[in-house]
Write a protein that binds this ligand. Structure first.
Ligand code: ADP
Ligand code: ZN
Length: 735
């Protein structure tokens, strides 16, 4: 297939047949099929431009047919974009999703294309190359030219800009004499080009070989690969993928956030070279476009990326891997609110291939599906080479405070940090809060600094000396005094990453500390740069938010400190226990991955908490038993569905009006199926306002999935004035 291009819409041949077109306007009123005349060789999936109303629009051909119900003279003609076509599978999948989530088809189709292709903003990238034309003989007077000619003779050709930088005017002098030629060519951008693959292909262990065999021979589509951190899951994925490639197939490899896993990337590059294409939002528009094209054309056969990569345009899929399947980032927070694993399963059924869901801490819902036999289960209980899991010591922070220690570090953590540094090892300190302090409060009147646009308190950031809203990003100048009472005694309560870094430098002045959180990782390869510096031992301590918990493999790390394990524990959310267990296990798993034994210090004010107890012992089974028992007793997922209808609007009035309409629509469903509802009510959302939008919700718990379809339909059928209304199922964020 030729390379897709932007623009370039043409009319072709005689328009004898009829195309059913979805116009790329995401509005419920145009969410239907429009018929257009087109040439006979038009195929489903083609991108087209069509006259629409008084203007033009782009769209996709969904089907081609002989005849329309409309008279031919009433039909308009389409303009085709010759090259771009969505796959047949994409169209089928899109139709399924649009029906399932009651979402305009145009919006669903956008998932299948790089955004830049739709908006036409992407540009192909060109570079100029130079090579020798022949006939060059060294001259004693032109030393630079000799050097350049020699360089070109050795290297064949090279980038002209680079040559000008290195050899000055010599290049243009040679070109002028006709001894070198320049050529401008299109180049494909190569994201993470500097991520070099290290050849680390291992001979699989007995356990790994067994897992591969079991997954391949399994008759069920989905296998849950439950392996402790460092048990060699990645090597299993790579082997499964390699075998499918050999069989002429393609692969999808989903990871939570690829920018956080440069090591994974280098392992893929090492093994598969340019057959790997990376799809994720951190790439530049041009890079993403090029990678998408390489997949669509079959140049690349492994699509690696976060959630949206599940829509990669590969055909003939042989395997789909979802690594860290428990990760919250697999659930989309925009319409359509799909979960990547659900899409993976749909694609696997279409392609007749397997899905592997991998995790050290599977989500309770997934594990349940394995337990009931819907999914196959493969367990790896041990680390590679029987390396021990790091020992976890729990410190009761209430006791520390009683002893007069108000710092973020317990005496034990301080001692262990000192020892770790003295031995030349590295440490990771985890804290789920960025900034310096959580709140700024007036000692005299109790005033709390809050965002003007959101119903949340502001966080003090010491490096910029400002207050930031972590919901909308607005920055405020630091308050010299309380705006309410004029008092000058402002308290900074709670600890954030910046404060930890500051206190570390006071405790260990010689230690080199890196901070990794949203504030330090902006920019295209922001995460990668910090992780690389830490991996290259340019720092001794890495302080960070949950980003540091992801699957990193730093051999130098022998100590992990979890500064406040309680922070995620007391979220008003049925998943808070599960999430804390996952977080603690994952962070702890960063310690002691190489020869040196690792350890973990876990600080909490609730040392008897069952979640933490199980996490300390790496007892997933125990945790699961306890948790699933609770979920069954209280009727929460997977024994029921939490469904939320969200309503947001610019004013309280508009929000309440829309809420009333949505509530009446949903209530009709509730009344008709009362026996399937465990709970049904409307209320303020926990955060009442975000980015100036007032927020309300209708919360329900359903034992049966049937009424859910009716809820979707009832809520979608209403035209809300000046408000947004949508449905969420088992939302991962209940703000
Ligand atoms: P997981 O994905 O389960 O956390 P990894 O696949 O990252 O585990 O493996 C953990 C470590 O063990 C890595 O450093 C990896 O290079 C190494 N490893 C994996 N498989 C083998 C093997 N068969 N032999 C030796 N080392 C291995
Ligand atoms: Zn805000």
């Amino acid at each position: 297939m030729p390379r897709p291009q932007r623009g370039g819409f043409v009319v072709r041949g005689e328009d004898k047949v009829v195309a059913e077109v979805i116009v790329d306007i995401a509005h419920s009123e145009v969410d239907k099929i429009f018929d257009y005349l087109c040439a006979e060789d038009t195929v489903a999936g083609m991108r087209v431009a069509v006259p629409f109303g008084r203007s033009a629009a782009t769209g996709f051909v969904m089907r081609v047919k002989e005849k329309s119900e409309y008279p031919a003279e009433k039909l308009k003609r389409i303009y085709r974009n010759e090259e771009v076509a969505l796959t047949k599978e994409s169209l089928l999948l899109a139709e399924k999703l649009a029906a399932r989530y009651r979402c305009p088809m145009a919006l669903v189709l956008r998932l299948f294309l790089p955004a830049e292709m739709r908006t036409g903003k992407v540009t192909e990238s060109y570079r100029t190359f130079a090579r020798l034309a022949g006939g060059y003989t060294p001259s004693a007077r032109a030393k630079q030219q000799n050097a350049l000619a020699e360089f070109l003779r050795d290297n064949g050709e090279a980038d002209a800009a680079f040559l000008r930088e290195r050899f000055g005017g010599a290049l243009d002098a040679l070109v002028k004499k006709g001894l070198a030629v320049l050529e401008r060519r299109r180049v494909l951008r190569n994201p993470y080009g500097e991520v070099e693959g290290e050849k680390t292909e291992h001979c699989l262990t007995e356990a790994q070989r067994g897992a591969v065999k079991k997954i391949e021979e399994e008759s069920r589509t989905v296998t849950l690969l439950h392996g402790v951190t460092g048990s060699g899951k990645t090597e299993i994925y790579l082997t499964l993928i390699a075998k499918q490639l050999e069989a002429g197939k393609t692969a999808l490899f989903l990871v939570p956030e690829i920018s956080l896993t440069p090591l994974m990337l280098s392992r893929l590059r090492a093994r598969f070279g340019r057959k790997v294409a990376i799809l994720h939002s951190g790439l530049s528009a041009g890079e993403r476009f090029d990678e998408w094209c390489r997949l669509r054309e079959g140049d690349a056969r492994i699509a690696v990326g976060a959630r949206s990569a599940v829509f990669a345009p590969v055909e003939n899929v042989g395997i789909i891997v979802v690594d860290e399947e428990h990760d919250g980032s697999y659930a989309s927070e925009n319409s359509p609110r799909y979960h990547a694993a659900d899409i993976a399963i749909l694609r696997a059924k279409y392609n007749g291939c397997k899905v592997v869901l991998g995790s050290a801490t599977p989500s309770v819902e997934t594990y349940r599906r394995a337990e009931t036999g819907e999914f196959a289960l493969v367990t790896l209980p041990n680390r590679i080479n029987a390396r021990p899991l790091p020992e976890v010591t729990v410190v009761d922070m209430r006791r520390e405070v009683r002893r007069g220690n108000a710092s973020p570090f317990s005496a034990l953590l301080r001692e262990k940090l000192g020892k770790c540094l003295a031995e030349g090892n590295q440490a990771i300190l985890f804290l789920n809060r960025r900034g310096f302090s959580q709140t700024v409060t007036c000692r005299d009147c109790g005033y709390v600094a809050k965002c003007e646009h959101c119903d949340v308190s502001l966080t003090y950031h010491s490096d910029e000396n400002c207050l930031k809203c972590h919901y909308c990003g607005t920055k405020y100048r630091m308050l010299p005094a309380c705006p309410e009472c004029g008092g000058v005694h402002l308290l900074y309560a709670g600890t954030g990453t910046q404060r930890v870094v500051k206190e570390l430098s006071a405790l260990f002045p010689a230690a080199r500390v890196l901070r990794m959180d949203v504030d330090t990782t902006s920019g295209k390869e922001g995460h990668y740069k910090i992780l690389k510096r830490f991996a290259d031992r340019e720092a001794d301590i890495l302080v960070g938010t949950q980003m540091v918990a992801k699957g990193h493999d730093f051999p130098g790390v022998t100590l992990v400190g979890i500064l406040d394990a309680d922070m995620s524990l007391h979220f008003p959310d049925y998943r808070s226990g599960e999430r804390t267990f996952q977080l603690v296990t994952q962070v702890a798993g960063r310690s002691g991955r190489a020869e040196e034994k690792g350890e973990v210090v876990l600080q909490t004010r609730d040392p008897e908490n069952f979640v933490l107890r199980f996490a300390c012992n790496y007892d997933y089974e125990g945790f699961y038993r306890h948790e699933i028992g609770m979920r069954a007793a209280t009727c929460f997922p997977p024994f029921a569905r939490v469904v939320r209808v969200m309503v947001t609007a610019d004013t309280e009035r508009e929000a309440l009006d829309a809420l009333k309409e949505a509530y009446e629509a949903a209530e009709a469903v509730y009344k008709a199926h009362e026996e399937d509802f465990l709970f049904f009510n409307k209320m303020h959302a926990p955060v009442k306002r975000i980015q100036n939008k007032y927020r309300y919700q209708i919360l329900m718990r359903l034992t049966d999935g049937e009424p859910l379809k009716e809820i979707y339909a009832a809520v979608a059928a209403i035209k809300y004035k000046n408000a947004l209304v949508w449905v969420e199922e088992n939302p991962s964020n209940l703000n």
